[in-house]
Ligand binder design. Sequence first.
Ligand SMILES: *Cc1c(COP(=O)(O)O)cnc(C)c1O
Ligand code: SF4
Length: 375
Amino acid sequence: MVERNDRELLRASSNAGEGWASWRYHIEFSISTLEQLREWIDVTPSEEDAIRTCEGKYRWRITPYYASLMDRSDENCPIRKQAVPSTLEFKECLGSHVDPVGDIDNRKTARIIHKYPDRVAMLVSDRCPVYCRHCTRKYHTMDFSGTYYENNKYGGFERDIAYLHSHSEVRDVLLTGGDPLILSDSAIDRILTAIRRIKHIEIIRIGSRCPVVLPQRVTPELCAVLERYHPLFFVTQFNHPSEITSWAAEACEMLLKHGIPVLNQSVLLKGINDSLITMKTLVTRLVSIRVLPYYLYHCDNAVGVSHFVTNIQEGRAIIDGLVGYTTGFAVPKYVVTTKLGKIPLSRDYTSCNAASLTLTNYEGKEITIQAPDHD
Ligand SMILES: *Cc1c(COP(=O)(O)O)cnc(C)c1O
Ligand code: SF4
């Protein structure tokens, strides 16, 4: 099914190459019916049930590229679990919330979420090439009636841009969504031009999962647009080592060659990447392709996502197994996002009193260092 947005994207593109190497192919032939999915995997009765229940409730679709990474017969395949609907999404769960991170409370215009003093997130799209089953903004990407943007999603950036103009404390703008790269190069160009006209905006970030689910979308043409707006950073979301393919590596490499730092934000997901060996492989492979692990998010208890939530002790054990044991900059910051912002969850390695500081190293050995005597 080619959605209206996609048709616009396809028309607007000057990407000549067709076939697997072209992102157009993966949008045009994206998988959104049971029949299409059966070409890639042996759909289980439970998955079939979930797909039927999804209708009119949650969006789902998968690019042929991402589907090609799925295991045909293993329903516990980590790629499959991130992309194929599960019946667990419809199970009511105590304590879950449609918006656990408080986006809606901090929403200042249709697109701007201003939660921290000097930076904002701008939700420029409600579409994604693949709808992650664990998406914390499920409320946003399941708004079928388009009311999120006040029925004005194809235009009307004026109020959002005006907000940025009038808030001189904002020096950092994060374009997110949905996936911003679902917009055409020229639409992205227009948004970036409008933001760069604002003198107090120092840095721009783009949050997109395309390097993982549609790496073909990172083209020389796109990079030529992005590099005109430096300092610009790219933040993506690899959750499992098997997502680091040569296609993904090439997409990151292209961004890097255009001077765009690439950072990664993983989500800790039960049954997908909640083990030390998986996480260690992920972060070390990421640094080998020069992508820096930035955050490890504790999975939010969002409605439809609760079955992916681990407990905090498990997350801490993973971080404890990385700190000191591997490259310092390969270790992400473990945080949980709340209505009050992101809060660090890594354990305390220190205990102190006025005169001294007792420290525990990564192996659990203790050392005490004395404060200087200034008398
Ligand atoms: C995560 C987030 C940011 C960016 O936070 P950093 O810690 O600077 O990466 C900004 N705005 C919102 C609403 C966010 O959720
Ligand atoms: S790409 Fe991001 S916004 Fe889109 S479904 Fe995945 S996590 Fe959600």
